[in-house]
Every structure is written in structure tokens, then in C-alpha cells.
Write a protein of this length. Structure first.
Length: 207
């Protein structure tokens, strides 16, 4: 009896592993063959241009690649210590469009590598603190909500900084608490304060 159970358990585990591998392989093949169709038939022309510029297939420094090119110049010109507050040439002379909404290059040019690294270090401290708060939640809802807030902050941080460095497409994702705009500021603040309120009541015992 034990041998039959052992054989059955082994076959079931192996079948499950093969099934998951097959699902992953079929999904990968479907994604591979559908990427070209989505790029050429589903996306808008300006979206295709941005992806081609990102991948290096096209070089449109006067069009789709202008923002990223100017932001890279601004960050590079900042050097180690930057040009000083409000002394950035690329940003102050408006070579970088929409610099107050989507781009992190103002900090890189005015405060340099040290200032940019300091800002990223502050975000890292915030992320680590959110992880600590999420892990100490006694209920599943609080833990899940905490990691959801963490994911939102990480997504916006990676995409925004990636846009400036030319690693991700320019899609207008704001940088939390830095990009100009009341809606994004209120959204991030509300998300964070709801989680802080949940954490403040973590020790309350249900009656």
C-alpha cells in the first residue's frame, strides 16, 4: 500500500511539474509570435516609434527621442556635485520639456551624482520601512495592502528613473513626491496614510 502511494505521489508530482513547464513553454511561444502582431497592428504609430527608439532600432533625436536625449545630457552635465540649485542649463533654459512632471533629470543636473544618489537612498529607506511595516501586520489584509503600496512606489520609481536614463519608454509615470501634480501627490499620500493607519491599529484586539 505504501509503495503504491509513493508511486502515485511521485507520478502526480512529476506530472504537475511537466504540466507547468508545458504551460510556460506555450505561453512563451504565444508571446514570441504575438509580439510582432501587437507592435505592428495594435499599437499606435507614436507608441511604435518610442519602442523602436528605446531598442535602438530608430534614432529620432528631434522627435520621439528628444526628451530622453536631453535628459541624458542634463544628467551627464551635472557631474559629481552638480551645477547648484537653479543653475542647470539644460533644465533652466527649457531644453528638457515637461521636466517638472515626468523627469528626474533636474536633480541630476543641479545636485549631481551625489544628490541623485541621496534621493534614491531616501527612496530605498522608505521601501525598506514599508517592508518592515508590512511584515509586522498581524492580519493578512494589512500585509497585502502594505505590499501593494510598496509595489506602487517601486513601479513608479523604476519606470520614472528608467525613462530618464533611457532604459524604459517615456510613458509619463510620475515620481512619488517629486513630480509636479496635485493628483499624484494626493494619491501617494492617501495610499501611504491609509497603510500607516492600519499599522497604528495592528495591536487592537477584535471584540
Amino acid at each position: 500500500v505504501y509503495k503504491r502511494q509513493l508511486v502515485y505521489h511521485g507520478l502526480r508530482t512529476r506530472f504537475r511539474n511537466y504540466f507547468l513547464i508545458s504551460i510556460f513553454a506555450m505561453g512563451s511561444i504565444a508571446f514570441f509570435y504575438s509580439a510582432d502582431y501587437v507592435l505592428n497592428n495594435v499599437m499606435e504609430p507614436h507608441q511604435r516609434v518610442r519602442i523602436n527608439v528605446l531598442l535602438g532600432l530608430d534614432e529620432d533625436l528631434a522627435g520621439a527621442g528628444y526628451n530622453v536625449h536631453q535628459s541624458e545630457i542634463a544628467i551627464g552635465s551635472g557631474g559629481l556635485q552638480g551645477k547648484g540649485f537653479l543653475n542647470g542649463t539644460q533644465t533652466k533654459l527649457k531644453f528638457v520639456p515637461e521636466q517638472d512632471t515626468d523627469f528626474f533629470c533636474t536633480v541630476g543636473e543641479e545636485e549631481g551624482f551625489l544628490g541623485s544618489a541621496g534621493v534614491l537612498l531616501l527612496f530605498l529607506m522608505l521601501i525598506l520601512r514599508l517592508i518592515h511595516l508590512a511584515e509586522r501586520q498581524p492580519f493578512k489584509f494589512g500585509r497585502i495592502y502594505g505590499y501593494c503600496v510598496l509595489s506602487v512606489f517601486l513601479f513608479h520609481l523604476f519606470i520614472n528613473v528608467g525613462m530618464v536614463l533611457g532604459l524604459t519608454p517615456v510613458i509619463g509615470i510620475p515620481l512619488p513626491f517629486f513630480s509636479y501634480g496635485g493628483s499624484s501627490l494626493w494619491g501617494f499620500t492617501i495610499l501611504l496614510f491609509i497603510f500607516l493607519r492600519i499599522d497604528a491599529g495592528r495591536n487592537l484586539v477584535r471584540s
